[in-house]
Design a protein around this ligand. Structure first.
Ligand code: ADP
Ligand code: MG
Length: 336
């Protein structure tokens, strides 16, 4: 049976994104914790009803790589969606709190996301449309799952005007107006994997990249400010804005050469070569580098499909076990 709003007691806030806030809740009827997401929906009642109907498709999405769905309902001007609580949080939370994610774990993230994408597409003909580290969640059982996929066309329309955040993971062809395909999700996955492995958002201008690599010498140093979200209320976003560097070289946040406007960034994605899995201080396995390269062909025709990527060496030769993932996931939360 589906969960209703009155079954839920509010616990802590888990996070907030563009369209909504996510809260940890206690389900009184079932005696367990869940996550409730409230999405601000600017639409008339008939459209809201349509959205709630369309969201029911999530009820049929059953896969170990998709975050579980428990129900949805209207909450004044919001739509509430109750989903499985992932107690290690998003991969975005995890790398921001703990620094770069070990490359073997990044490989398992890739594998889980690809399985999730293939399930959504093969079984339900759904394209995710919003793959990014904050939509990839982990739990202390060592499971990795994706959430926030585009099930409801009406919901997409009703929040489409809040053009924030996600655009940075957008593929070159999408930026140029081509429709979404599963290959656009593969691009977003490639960008996300680099971000997790480096511990920072990958797009920088080349001089910045050099500075970053020279500045960061210790293994555990990471830049918690490196990936400010794209936000229309913040006309300039900061790319690779290392705190140390700001101090030592006096680079200012607003006026310096280390910021990129949204348009600059979109233009960069379309016109410049795709980023690579590369760091001067770290040697990544060649199979991982090739895998990411195959995700980031700018021509979607050349870019590999999820199926081909799953068959690649990096994934098929991985030796890390579910138990290893469990230990890793637990280590990310026991620190705080
Ligand atoms: P975004 O994905 O753009 O960050 P969301 O509103 O989708 O915005 O999510 C906000 C944050 O809430 C996520 O970054 C994540 O940290 C957290 N979150 C979302 N869903 C869950 C969940 N099911 N379990 C635990 N944390 C979650
Ligand atoms: Mg999300």
């Amino acid at each position: 049976d589906l969960v209703k709003d009155e079954d839920l007691e509010i616990l802590d806030e888990l996070g907030a994104g563009n369209g909504g806030t996510v809260t940890k809740v206690w389900n009184k009827k079932r005696n367990c914790v869940m996550a409730r997401k409230l999405i601000l929906v600017d639409a008339k009642p008939s459209v809201r009803k349509q959205i709630l109907r369309e969201l029911q498709i999530m009820n049929d999405c059953n896969s170990p790589y998709i975050v579980g769905y428990y129900g949805c309902f209207p909450v004044d001007v919001h739509v509430g969606i109750v989903i499985e609580l992932m107690d290690a949080g998003s991969l975005n939370d995890i790398y921001r709190q703990n620094g770069p994610i070990p490359i073997e774990v990044v490989g398992k993230v890739a594998e889980a996301v690809l399985h999730g994408l293939m399930y959504l597409y093969d079984v339900h003909r759904i394209i995710h449309r919003d793959i990014k580290p904050s939509n990839i969640l982990a739990n202390t059982n060592g499971e990795i799952k994706i959430c926030d996929f585009g099930v409801s066309g009406e919901l997409i329309n009703s929040i489409a005007n809040t053009f924030v955040g996600t655009s940075t993971y957008m593929s070159p062809e999408r930026i140029q107006g081509a429709p979404y395909t599963i290959k656009s999700d593969v691009w977003s996955l490639g960008i996300s994997l680099i971000e997790l492995a480096l511990g920072r958002f990958p797009f920088t201008d080349s001089q910045d990249q050099e500075d970053q690599d020279q500045d960061s010498e210790t293994e555990d140093e990471f830049d918690e400010d490196a990936t400010l979200p794209l936000n229309t209320q913040r006309p300039k976003i900061s790319i690779n804005n290392n705190k140390e560097k700001r101090k030592s070289k006096g680079v200012s946040l607003a006026g310096g050469g280390h910021t990129m406007s949204i348009l600059d960034l979109l233009q960069h994605i379309v016109n410049e070569p795709a980023p690579k899995l590369f760091s001067r201080k770290k040697q990544f396995p060649n199979e991982a580098v090739i895998f990411v390269e195959n995700c980031l062909f700018k021509d979607p025709g050349q870019r590999k499909s999820p199926q081909d990527l799953l068959a690649s060496d990096w994934i098929s030769k991985s030796t890390i076990t579910q138990e290893d993932l469990k230990v890793w996931a637990q280590s990310t939360i026991s620190k705080d």
